[in-house]
Design a protein around this ligand. Structure first.
Ligand code: GLU
Length: 305
């Protein structure tokens, strides 16, 4: 397996030169475009890795499924569904998924920024610092890594420049979908996106979703299997931005990408996969990362279809 991963990485490495680092968050433009790494956690307890799998990067939108899990754990499916829709948007991560109609909860999606910003308000906690801390703790628990922290430079960079997200949050506020102070809600969202992870962390988190809520080895249940079904279904239809349909056809497993170059892929009952390669395609997905997953899916019959 390790040999296969090494070979796939070598085959796909040329794609890193065809992508672009995200630069709308200035700090992300400082990344190394040639990075490419993969980590696989399998249901038989074996771990495999290749390339820059140890390197840390910011989780960005890959935090959205974890945020969704926490809102489900705090409120249950019915309440979350009543506040945040689940329809595929076919639009980029920062889309305003509404035209001239009134903004409704069904216009939101947990994997698109507006929905994710609204989800921060559904997390339980005395204030937004506590809410964020609970999200960080859940991330650490699922990853089996108590050392996960925030990348302060990326957090400050996005807080300083994230005006489109501010616009989205104010739109939510003007529609009565956020009651709290916009800047505090956004602070929680920006911190969430700036959590620093590695491929291994993403593979471990993905594995718990693949294993329907149970930790590897101990089989300790962290969340009900129903929540894994909910999150994985949304990832299947919307996890790869407006490239989700193409990804479903080519790879065929639930996954979430982030503009930091991470992809977390979930092969239900079989494996969790973490990928890092910050050279992005025009939709904001890791270009070489998708190539690696496509080849791995063909070799190992990973598609759920
Ligand atoms: N922090 C990024 C933003 O909100 C996340 C985008 C992404 O990874 O899709 O702009």
């Amino acid at each position: 397996m390790e040999e296969l991963l090494e070979r796939l990485l070598e085959e796909c490495r040329p794609y890193t030169a065809q992508g672009k680092l995200a630069d709308y968050i200035p700090e992300l433009a400082k990344g190394d475009i040639s990075d490419l790494g993969i980590y696989v956690v399998r249901s038989d307890g074996k771990h495999y890795h290749a390339g820059s799998y140890k390197k840390n990067f910011t989780i960005q939108s890959v935090v959205k499924p974890i945020l969704l899990l926490l809102t489900l754990m705090d409120n249950g499916v019915d309440y979350v569904r009543s506040k945040i829709g689940v329809e595929a948007t076919g639009k980029p991560f920062d889309a305003i998924n509404v035209t001239d109609q009134r903004l409704l909860s069904d216009h939101l999606n947990p994997m698109v920024n507006m929905g994710a910003i609204a989800m921060c308000t559904l997390v339980k906690g005395a204030d937004y610092q506590e809410r964020f801390h609970r999200l960080l703790e859940l991330t650490r628990l699922l990853a089996g890594n108590p050392e996960i922290e925030v990348d302060e430079a990326v957090y400050l960079s996005e807080k300083r420049t994230g005006h489109k997200n501010r616009a989205l949050a104010f739109l939510l506020k003007s529609s009565g979908m956020i009651e709290d102070d916009v800047e505090q809600v956004l602070d929680c969202y920006f911190r969430a996106c700036s959590i620093k992870v590695s491929c291994k962390d993403l593979a471990n988190i993905g594995y718990v979703l693949a294993n329907r809520g149970k930790m590897p080895q101990t089989d300790q249940r962290i969340f009900p299997s129903q929540y894994a079904h909910y999150v994985n279904a949304i990832l299947m239809t919307c996890g790869m931005y407006d490239g989700s349909g193409d990804f479903a056809v080519k790879v065929g497993v639930p996954a979430k990408s982030g503009v930091g170059g991470g992809i977390m892929a979930i092969v239900p009952t079989r494996m969790g996969i973490g990928i890092f390669s910050p050279a992005l395609d025009s939709k904001g997905n890791s270009l070489a990362g998708i190539q690696v997953l496509e080849r791995l899916s063909h070799k190992m019959y990973l598609s759920i279809f």
